[in-house]
Design a protein around this ligand. Structure first.
Ligand code: SAM
Length: 302
């Protein structure tokens, strides 16, 4: 017997039986297409036996794909109805998995050898501060659209064990995440994600593979952890510079950073000392540039 993935009729039947009515506020669009699921798993380079974290397993489409690739999965789901449904769906599709341990917030499924293959955690992903061992090396998720960027940044910040990510997000967000400095879509998410990882848009996914179909196309983004910029400034200080630099997109750095620096003269000095032109706009500066500015601003603090 082998693992089977969910298709359109099964997704609908599952939802109907459990009384699941997908909500927009939680970004509930479920993947109906096994080909898309396998593509996500493939592009994530999931290894057998690897510990993977998934945010928002929903009805389990991607969870089953990850288990099929022999990954061990921790799945964090905010919706109690979906979190409660998932263990049964997985046990019915992955031969040999049985529910071993369950309480209100956590359900564990093991295989015949006692290996933990799936832990379902009922929680808001933004509130999760610790994950069960072994610590995950990959984040693989079809992210809820309204919180995709905060979830991504939170996970990269909190879980240092994550070395890779493959996430599905709105196409427009994917463009922003992967945008290089100087491009039209470069902005706060691009610069902040670049602190942690190199981001690449790897594929477009049409709306027809979802139920219900969203109003926009989606895209896959591959993330590979990189060393943060080498700087003495704290990450928070660098992010404050990024936020200020883009708060008024059309402004030159000198004026955009004036408030944060205390004066436009102080801002000008920090930008110059960082080796940048004070007339440059935020959209031209990479994360190393923002880090250099932050370092000078911190050093000049009284
Ligand atoms: N992974 C499933 C799939 O591909 O079919 C569902 C993906 S759906 C786009 C997003 C999922 O994230 C939903 O199951 C939703 O309930 C869940 N979700 C929304 N906000 C969340 C949050 N803050 N923390 C954890 N899960 C969340």
């Amino acid at each position: 017997a082998t693992t089977t993935l969910l298709g359109p009729s099964e997704i609908r039947a599952l939802a109907e039986r459990a009384g699941v009515r997908p909500t927009k506020t939680l970004g509930q669009n479920f993947v109906l297409d096994a080909g898309t699921v396998r593509k996500i798993v493939r592009q994530a380079d999931v290894r057998a036996g690897e510990s993977v974290v998934e945010v928002g397993p929903g009805l389990g489409s991607l969870t089953l794909g990850l288990l099929e690739a022999d990954a061990d999965v921790t799945a964090v789901e905010i919706d109690p109805v979906l979190a409660r449904l998932l263990p049964g769906t997985v046990a019915a599709h992955v031969p040999g998995l049985v529910v071993d341990d369950a309480d209100r917030e956590r359900v564990v499924l093991r295989d015949g050898d006692g290996r933990v293959r799936l832990t379902v955690v009922l929680a808001d992903a933004l509130d999760v501060r610790a994950l069960p061992d072994p610590q995950p090396t990959a984040l693989v998720a079809n992210l809820p659209y309204n919180v995709s960027v905060p979830v991504l940044l939170t996970f990269l910040e909190r879980f240092a064990s994550l070395e890779r990510g493959l996430v599905m997000v709105q196409a427009e967000v994917a463009d922003r995440l992967a945008a290089p400095p100087g491009s039209r879509t470069y902005g706060v998410p691009s610069a902040k994600v670049a602190w942690y990882a190199a981001a690449r848009r790897t594929a477009t996914v049409g709306r027809a593979v979802f139920w219900p179909a969203p109003n926009v196309d989606s895209a896959l983004v591959r993330l590979d952890r990189r060393e943060p910029p080498s700087t003495t400034a704290a990450r928070e200080d660098v992010f404050a510079v990024v936020d200020a630099a883009f708060s008024q997109r059309r402004k030159m750095l000198r004026s955009a950073l004036a408030q944060l620096a205390g004066s436009s003269t102080a801002a000008q000095e920090a930008v110059l000392a960082a080796g940048l032109d004070p007339q440059t706009r935020g959209e031209q500066v990479d994360v190393d540039g923002f880090a250099a500015i932050a370092e000078r601003l911190v050093a000049a603090r009284p």
